[in-house]
Design a protein around this ligand. Structure first.
Ligand code: ADP
Ligand code: ASP
Ligand code: MG
Length: 402
């Protein structure tokens, strides 16, 4: 078998953990499998590098940030190869340039386009464990790029697809995908299985246990994933096309604090205004999530929506620059909000799911500011301070508590 194993930052945070990972990979190698390992930067290295950059230049270019961030993963792979060497197993570390992992040109948030597999295959043929840097790629100028925070998961899935691997295992600091972040909802339950579609919504709505693009890619190429802990041997969670959800209406609750609300007040109530407002944001490549349009006064209306909190300042500046043309009186914003969502394929065919969620929030005395729905999810925007209570209340209302 060819197995791709990915270990996150906490799994390689120190010497002991590096040897723990090395040993787990060597087990598979000694069982006769070909092993490709994808690593993240050690512990909180990426955060540390970002802080260093911000200290030198808070407006540093995205290109230089990527040049800096890619060093984190290089440290992990080199040390891992050394650890395996110390354990007497031949291993080689490779970065994105050496493998040639081609991405789009955008720095900081690029997408993988193609991975050359020649070098990896050669090394595997030479009976080596191949250790590859997660999170990074190269663009057409041969500059380093990164795939967005948490992107090592995507590197692993992309490699598994490109190499037609038999298994893709994501090792992290929890032993699977839970019905909610177990750090926030202590009685969350581990799911045995979850569908790609649900996991994709879940990841996109804040369950950072998997990078959302990794799930997108796993679905596209039919790569079954297993999420497990690097620190114990517990059975993990399998992410696949069809899963047995044991008749669950809702499979989980997620929260996302990287959100902000913006309102464009008093725009003219006429055709084309919404188009112009959102076009203004699209030009800046700012994505919008929940949208709410409300009737204003005397032929005007207000348009509110959420954007990633990290995009808020840029969005507000862009809107203010054009607002006079729409007759807008004001652009207001609030970055003390958060999204709480429920996800579940079961809700598609069941009435009353939204009512149940809102009732739970009402019982916890939590005010809903905006609501967004899609086929298998419902999202509410609430005050950030209410997130924990909201998650626990909703989790409990759907009987997800263990
Ligand atoms: P890694 O460094 O291994 O990639 P991450 O920190 O990116 O790990 O992801 C693992 C974390 O995801 C867990 O520690 C947990 O707090 C968080 N998490 C959020 N939602 C969930 C969930 N539904 N199930 C499991 N973990 C979750
Ligand atoms: N090291 C990167 C990050 O912290 C990538 C990853 O961990 O997946 O975001
Ligand atoms: Mg991660």
């Amino acid at each position: 078998m060819l197995i791709v194993k990915k270990f996150g930052g906490s799994s390689v945070a120190d010497k002991e953990r590096i040897f723990n990972v090395a040993n787990r990979c060597i087990e598979d190698y000694k069982a006769g499998h070909k092993v490709v390992v994808v690593l993240s930067a050690m512990g909180k290295t990426t955060d540390g590098l970002l802080a260093k950059a911000a200290d030198i230049n808070p407006r540093a270019s995205k290109r230089e940030l990527d040049m800096l961030l890619t060093t984190g993963e290089q440290v992990s792979v080199a040390l891992m190869a050394m650890a395996m060497g110390a354990l007497g197993v031949p291993a080689v570390s490779l970065n994105a340039f050496q493998v040639r992992m081609h991405t789009t040109s955008a720095y900081g948030n690029s997408r993988l386009l193609r991975i050359d597999t020649g070098r990896i295959r050669d090394e595997l043929e030479n009976n080596k464990i191949v250790i590859v840097t997660g999170f990074q790629g190269i663009n057409k100028r041969d500059d380093y790029t990164t795939l967005g925070r948490g992107g090592s998961d995507t590197t692993a899935v992309a490699l598994a697809a490109a190499l037609h691997a038999d298994a893709c295992e994501i090792y992290t600091d929890v032993d699977g995908v839970y019905t909610a972040d177990p750090r926030v909802v202590p009685n969350a339950k581990k799911l045995k299985e979850i569908t790609y579609d649900e996991m994709l919504e879940f990841a996109s709505l804040g369950a950072k246990v998997l990078h959302n693009r990794s799930v997108e890619m796993a679905k596209r190429y039919g790569v079954p994933l297993v999420v497990r802990s690097s620190l114990n041997r517990n059975e993990g969670t399998i992410v696949k096309e069809n899963a047995d959800m044991e008749g669950m209406l809702v499979s989980g609750v997620a929260a996302d604090r990287n959100t902000a609300r913006i309102s464009v007040m008093g725009v003219r109530d006429e055709p084309g205004i919404a188009f112009k407002v959102f076009k203004c944001l699209a030009k800046k490549e700012i994505s919008v999530d929940i949208i709410l349009q409300s009737i204003g006064r005397e032929g005007t209306k207000d348009i509110s929506f959420t954007v990633a909190r990290t995009d808020m300042q840029e969005a507000v500046a862009a809107l203010k620059a054009e607002m006079d043309a729409w007759g807008a009186t004001e652009v207001t914003y609030d970055d003390t909000v958060a999204k709480v969502s429920i996800v579940g394929a079961g809700m598609e065919s069941n009435a009353g799911v939204a009512a149940k969620m809102f009732e739970a929030l009402y019982s916890a005395n939590i005010n809903i500011r905006m609501i967004g729905t899609a086929e298998i999810r419902i999202t509410v925007l609430i005050d950030e301070a209410d997130v924990k209570n909201a998650m626990r209340a909703v989790h409990n209302a759907f009987g997800l508590d263990s």
